[in-house]
Design a protein around this ligand. Structure first.
Ligand code: ATP
Ligand code: ZN
Length: 306
């Protein structure tokens, strides 16, 4: 393919930047395939073409994704809000463009940016760190919070292994991403303050797309919403006494109008089919049983289009 072919293709095929390999990769690929985007090329290829849609997937380090969107190299990107916010502040300092559109949060890659200190150290609050060294990969996010509280600190910039910095004598505390806290614990650290909460988001370049690309985006966005909505939703089926219907409707969370189906040869009972859009607990099923429901089936929903 010549360079001009490539350019023409770039005008027609929607480009999405995703993390090449890391904590966001599996969920991101599952989401894209849930939207019907089929990619077969191997993970070590920088650029993968979707087989069945005019979409190209660019596999890069997550830190590069916001910049690729803001520089209009790609149309869409999936990245953690933490990296997005940090990059915006960094690019503002460098005088680079920072415009983008957030399309939607994606419900995965949840984590928090937290300050942690050696377990044995006493803690009275962030002012305790005044004038001290804090190791972090996110100096701008940390500085924003510290500035708001009027606290000065010395950032020690590390792009990996932040949690070993205090033990190695490089810093007094750290500010790092935490999910469960297990890594902190095994490094003799304890979490004392959350400074930012994050999840993965879908972002788009802040500019009108070519009509061909907009068409593809208009096709995949409802699918994406459908996949996200389907995650919590369940399809519930049961047989129940007809007179218990009002109570049943009341206790199933987020139930829309249920379908009621006659049961042949059993006029007092009906089959009830309903979509619940919220998390369903065992307690709810037990209450349904108490109301006389039998053969209760809860089925996961894979896709949903409203
Ligand atoms: P890359 O090589 O792409 O730069 P990385 O090492 O910077 O990868 P990962 O550790 O794969 O990044 O994390 C990517 C993103 O996943 C984070 O920026 C954050 O938004 C999210 N994330 C979710 N859970 C965690 C966690 N427990 N620890 C760190 N990041 C997490
Ligand atoms: Zn990274």
């Amino acid at each position: 393919m010549s360079a001009s072919d490539n350019q023409r293709d770039g005008a027609r095929r929607l480009r999405i930047a995703i993390q090449k390999s890391g904590r966001l990769t599996d969920d991101t690929e599952r989401l894209l395939s849930g939207c019907g985007i089929r990619i077969t090329e191997r993970r070590d290829h920088l650029l993968a073409h979707a087989e069945n849609m005019p979409i190209d997937i660019l596999r890069v380090r997550d830190d590069d994704i916001p910049g690729l969107v803001m520089d209009h190299v790609v149309d869409l990107g999936i990245v953690g809000q933490n990296v997005l916010e940090e990059t915006i502040m960094e690019r503002e300092v460098d005088g680079l463009p920072t415009a983008y559109r957030e399309i939607m949060p994606l419900g995965f890659g949840e984590c928090r940016l937290a300050v942690a200190i050696p377990t044995e150290r006493a803690w009275g609050g962030l002012p305790d760190l005044d004038g001290q060294k804090i190791a972090t990969t996110y100096p701008y996010l940390l500085r924003r919070v510290m500035r708001e509280q009027g606290i000065k600190f010395k950032p020690v910039l590390l792009t990996g292994s932040v949690e070993v910095a205090p033990r190695a004598g490089l810093a007094d505390a750290i500010c790092d991403l935490v999910c469960t806290g297990a890594t902190l614990q095994s490094n003799g650290l304890r979490e004392v303050e959350t400074i930012y909460r994050s999840e993965a988001v879908l972002i788009a370049r802040d500019q009108e797309l070519y009509p061909e690309k907009q068409e593809v985006l208009d096709l995949i966005l409802p699918r994406l919403r459908g996949v996200l909505a389907a995650r919590e939703s369940k399809y519930i089926m049961m047989n129940a006494p007809r007179e218990a219907l009002p109570q049943i409707k009341r206790i199933i969370p987020g139930a829309e109008n249920p379908s009621i189906i006659e049961l042949e040869g059993d006029p007092g009972r009906v089959a009830v089919h309903v979509v619940s859009r919220e998390k369903l607990f065992w307690e709810t099923l037990e209450s349904l049983k108490e109301l006389g429901a039998t053969s209760i089936l809860v089925v996961p929903i894979e896709k949903m289009l409203d």
